[in-house]
Every structure is written in C-alpha cells, then in structure tokens.
Design a protein around this ligand. Structure first.
Ligand code: SF4
Length: 347
C-alpha cells in the first residue's frame, strides 16, 4: 500500500526521505512542492531527478481532492466547491471574501454521525474521517483554482472535527507550520458540537486557534431536542470545558447559535442565554437557520433576528448576526453534497 505523503509533517517527511538514502535538502524540496507550491502530482516536482520522482510515485500517493463542481455567488462572489476524494466520497468547501482576507471553510469528515436536527450534513450518517492531506487538499485546491491567497480557515463544513481529532490536529499543525502555507493560528477556527473530553484535550495543546462551540439551545433540555450529543455531555460540562479552553489558551470562545423561528428565538431564550453567557468572556454569533428541504425549520425574518440580537445586547451580551454569504447558491452547509448524492441515487 502506498503511503499518504501529504499527511506527513516536516519531521516525518525528513526521516522518510533520509531512509530512502536521500539528503535532507530533498525532503525540504518535496515538502515545499507539496505544501507551498501545492503540487498534486510527483511529475510537477521538476527539480527532483526522474529516478527519485519514479521512486516516490512507487511508494507514496498524494491523495486527490478533485473539483466536481464550483458555484459562484452573483451577490458577494462566495465560491462553493464540491470535491471528490479517491474513494468516490464527496465533500463541500466554501471560499468567502471578507475585508480581513479570504476565508475558506473546509469539511473534516465525509458525512457526520452527530445528528444535529437542523443540519443537512448528517442525513446520510458518517461515511469516513478525512485525512490531514484531504483537509489540506481542500485549502490548497481553492487557493490554486481561485488564484487567491487564503488567509483564514474555518473547520466548520461537513463533519465534527473533534470526532476526527488526530487528523484534525495534524491538519492544523501543518496548515500553520512555517514550512507550509504558514497561516496564523489566530486565523484558524474550529467548530464543535461539544465533545467535552476533546475540548479539554485541545485546551492542553495550547494552540492559538479559536474554539467555536455550537450552542443552539439556551438550556440543557432545549439543546437536547436539537443536538443528540447533549444526551452524552450536559450543558454545564460543555460550558466548563469551554472555560478551561479560555483559561489555558487565553482565546475567547465563540458560541454559535442557529436561530430557528419559534423554537429558540423567544424572550425566554434571551433570558436564559444571558444567564449563561454574561459571566463569561465570550462572543455569541447568531445564525438565522437556512431552511433544509429534509427538515421542517423556518428561518426567522430579519426583523425577528435583529430584535433577538438587540435584546441580548441590552442584557450586556457581545453578539453579532452572521452575515449571510452566497445566499443565491446552495446555501445550507451540506446541501450541495446532499444534492449530489440524490442525483447519484436518481441515476
Ligand atoms: S452541525 Fe456539525 S456536528 Fe452537527 S450534524 Fe452537522 S456537521 Fe455534524
């Protein structure tokens, strides 16, 4: 079986190449081809001898992340990509243009087993974890295809990153490594539905990345109705793990809250959210939920969402409404992938 060379970090690649009897500057060249020049094929590595390229080809593979579809929003230029992996699984990634730079949202798993009620990505369950190479491959492909430098990365697409912890961590370390794209850790955000032991483990890594916790319900009971993970980890435990993350890293946690009309946007929710968030140094991000064909959720109108936000602000909460990006293309996370799966089944 060929080894997954793009998932090897700088040290590992160095050892590997020296074991082939090559000098370590060759490892530096290969790492640069893979992670700076973003080569997808050994043939592109033209400063290596033909013989070395052939040896690499024989023993290693660069897992493909092949573009199947690209949608570009006419409203704000947001790009949505559908990528095919080597085994036919497909994943979504998004490129968004902000004043502070170009931000890419990647998937960490093909499918997801977390079962959140408002999410299209979990409908077919988990297919498999993505390797670090496949996560890096999404960022690299987008940078290559768009010709734009990626400065921010959010791991918020399909999948629960902390359910694929080792690969996710490897991805973050390599993405921010000085030998690779060298994206600042402060420009990386990971979103989790609240896997407590992994949040605690991540706090111990003492990275400078932002933790975004999908809160979505203002009490344990409300959260349980929307997120099965809450049956395993109580809201109080999740909040304590977030506090630990803040204490150990100094990074303020962002709480994500999908607003579902009539479900979690009532005055009672404002009171309950205030009670849990006010004592914390944190930020609340409201996301008016995208209607998902397979679910019965209604998106609150702009006025209701603004009202909800204003009431929270009056209570002293640091809150924003997430700007809607690419509303004219397959909006909700997981929908493009789902549509592709439907089309495959229809054939
Ligand atoms: S919201 Fe995230 S964790 Fe929940 S089902 Fe969707 S992809 Fe999985």
């Amino acid at each position: 079986m060929k080894k997954d060379i793009r998932s090897m970090d700088y040290e590992e690649l160095n050892t590997e190449i020296q074991n082939l009897g090559e000098k370590s500057f060759r490892a530096r060249q290969i790492y640069e081809w893979l992670h700076v020049k973003l080569a997808g094929d050994f043939e592109e590595m033209t400063n290596l001898s033909k013989a070395l390229r052939a040896r690499l080809e024989e023993s290693y593979e660069i897992l493909p992340v092949e573009m199947l579809e690209r949608q570009i929003s006419k409203i704000d230029g947001t790009n949505k990509f559908l990528f095919r992996l080597h085994d036919g699984n497909v994943v979504e990634s998004v490129l968004m243009y902000y004043k502070h730079g170009n931000s890419v949202c990647i998937s960490s798993q093909a499918g997801c087993r977390m079962g959140c009620a408002f999410c299209a990505s979990t409908i077919g369950g988990l297919k498999r974890n993505l390797t670090a190479s496949e996560m890096l491959g999404q960022v690299y492909q987008i940078q290559k295809i768009s010709g734009e430098r990626v400065s921010n990365v959010v791991i918020m697409g399909t999948g629960e990153p902390l359910d694929n912890y080792d690969n996710f961590l490897r991805f973050v370390r390599m993405l921010t490594d000085e030998h690779g794209l060298h994206i600042s850790q402060r420009n990386v955000t990971v979103s989790t539905c609240g896997i407590v032991p992994k949040i605690r483990a991540l706090a111990d890594e003492k990275l400078q990345i932002t933790l975004a916790l999908s809160l979505h319900g203002s009490t344990q009971e409300k959260r349980r109705k929307l997120m099965p993970v809450a049956n395993k980890y109580d809201l109080a435990e999740v909040l304590a793990a977030c506090d630990e993350y803040f204490e150990k890293t100094g990074r303020r946690v962002t709480f994500e809250y999908s607003l579902v009309h009539g479900v979690n946007d009532t005055p009672e929710d404002v009171r309950e959210l205030t009670a849990i968030l006010k004592p914390r140094s944190c930020h609340l991000n409201l996301i008016p939920v995208n209607p998902v064909r397979e679910r019965n959720f209604v998106r609150p109108d702009r006025k209701n969402a603004l009202n909800f936000k204003n009431n929270l602000e009056k209570s002293g909460i640091n809150v924003t409404i997430r700007r809607e990006m690419g509303s004219d293309i397959d909006g909700a996370c997981g929908q493009l992938r789902l549509r592709y799966a439907d089309a495959e089944t229809d054939q």
